[in-house]
Design a binder for this molecule. Structure first.
Ligand SMILES: Cc1cc2nc3c(=O)[nH]c(=O)nc-3n(C[C@H](O)[C@H](O)[C@H](O)COP(=O)(O)OP(=O)(O)OC[C@H]3O[C@@H](n4cnc5c(N)ncnc54)[C@H](O)[C@@H]3O)c2cc1C
Length: 365
């Protein structure tokens, strides 16, 4: 039987992973379309859950474990008047809670795999959907805000401009046994993500009006203060505007949106790519089911099944992250009670167990 053709447009983490995941299915010919002009480097790290790490391992096979820094402990701190209060610690002695990787290094591995598997790759800038004629299914992984989405989905998506930026960077240090941590500071949440023995990355989400003057020394002194050290070197600093965008429609006819374009969430909980990986896993399962039946994908409800399976988890998670963000944002009325609320949370083992479970598996139980 003639193979069904699928094209994936966009070579960010979502596009590259989708290409490799779908290429595993018999009966499909998968093509990657990426932009002609080389884009800027992605100097970020990404934290993924254990279940998503296992999925990545299954898709790529023989992953170089050295590229994934495991984390057994995650500490959460809240900045009070006189100290950073450690209100919650997630810990596993026997298992890892998450893995942290450098985006550029993993993209390179994914591209090598695509070449090794001889998957056809075309370099062109897609401006209109008719550029994709001839494919049975078209999957757009064009990032958070491509104009092309407007012709596919209605305007009723949930939108919010946080009026914040995430400042990211790499830090070289000589601290011993540094844990993954999130500090809910007055200026905004600061995540510390170790990715090797002497390096961690940080993501500090701050108001867009945050001091533009001397920003480098402000960041350095805050990190030194939080980690109680004065020996750090910062490099690879970048910044990203922050927004919430949760689409309500995911597809039109034979065109599907995937990745940041479906759900852009605040990085406070490190969930964006985790949701994408669960989406890709589900899409792979649904397309496998229909292709095994020998059906033409165009005539099946595959994209509708995908939407029904994933939309509620994506929307609930996005809103949950937004509520968490709101809770920790400075608020004159709520601030006097936050310390007590967080102290009570730290005593609640059921809360800990549920949070750990959801961040690993998502909500699709
Ligand atoms: C500061 C920050 C920290 C984060 N940390 C985490 C974390 O710890 N854990 C986690 O799970 N998630 C995290 N995320 C989310 C994560 O980074 C994204 O989910 C992930 O990078 C996937 O992005 P993407 O591939 O969907 O989009 P992008 O990376 O934006 O890729 C889109 C691609 O499409 C291409 N493209 C666009 N238009 C066209 C066109 N017309 N034709 C052809 N190609 C086109 C672009 O060139 C690009 O390569 C974080 C996000 C931010 C902002």
């Amino acid at each position: 039987m003639k193979k069904q053709k699928i094209c994936i447009v966009g070579d960010g983490l979502s596009g590259l992973m989708t290409v490799l995941a779908l290429n595993k299915l018999e009966g499909l010919e998968v093509h990657l379309i990426s932009r002609k002009n080389k884009h800027s480097k992605d100097r970020r790290t990404t934290a993924i859950s254990t279940s998503n790490y296992e999925f990545l391992n299954k898709v790529i096979g023989k992953l170089d474990k050295k590229l994934f820094w495991p984390s057994k402990t995650i500490d959460l701190f809240y900045e009070t008047k006189d100290k950073n209060m450690n209100f919650l610690t997630f810990n596993e002695d026997s298992k890892n809670l998450m893995y942290i990787f450098e985006n550029d290094k993993i993209k390179k591995i994914l591209i090598q795999e695509i070449k090794k598997k001889k998957i056809k790759t075309f370099q062109k800038n897609i401006n209109e959907l008719k550029d994709l004629d001839g494919y049975d299914i078209k999957i757009l992984c064009l990032g958070r805000s491509s104009k092309i989405y407007q012709s596919i989905v209605d305007k009723r998506s949930l939108n919010k401009d946080y009026k914040e930026i995430a400042i990211t960077g790499y830090v070289k240090h000589d601290l011993k046994n540094l844990n993954t941590a999130q500090y809910f500071l007055k200026d905004g949440p600061l995540a510390i993500l170790p990715f090797s023995k002497n390096n961690f990355s940080f993501v500090w989400s701050v108001d867009i009006k945050f001091p533009k003057k001397d920003i480098n020394s402000v960041i350095k002194s805050k990190i030194c203060e939080v980690l109680k050290t004065n020996k750090i070197q910062i490099s690879n600093q970048q910044s990203y505007p922050l927004m919430l965008n949760l689409k309500r429609s995911y597809y039109k006819n034979d065109i599907l949106i995937l990745g940041e374009g479906l759900h852009t969430v605040h990085p406070i909980a490190g969930q964006g790519f985790n949701l994408v990986l669960r989406d890709i896993n589900k899409l792979q399962e649904i397309l496998k089911y229909y292709t095994k039946l020998g059906m033409s994908l165009k005539s099946t409800p595959a994209l509708e099944d995908f939407t029904n399976n994933r939309k509620s988890e994506n929307i609930i998670t996005g809103i949950g992250i937004d509520l968490t963000h709101n809770f920790f944002k400075q608020n004159k009325l709520l601030d006097p009670f936050k310390e007590t609320i967080l102290k009570n949370i730290s005593k609640n083992n059921t809360f800990k167990k549920i949070s750990k479970f959801i961040s690993n598996q998502g909500l699709s139980i």
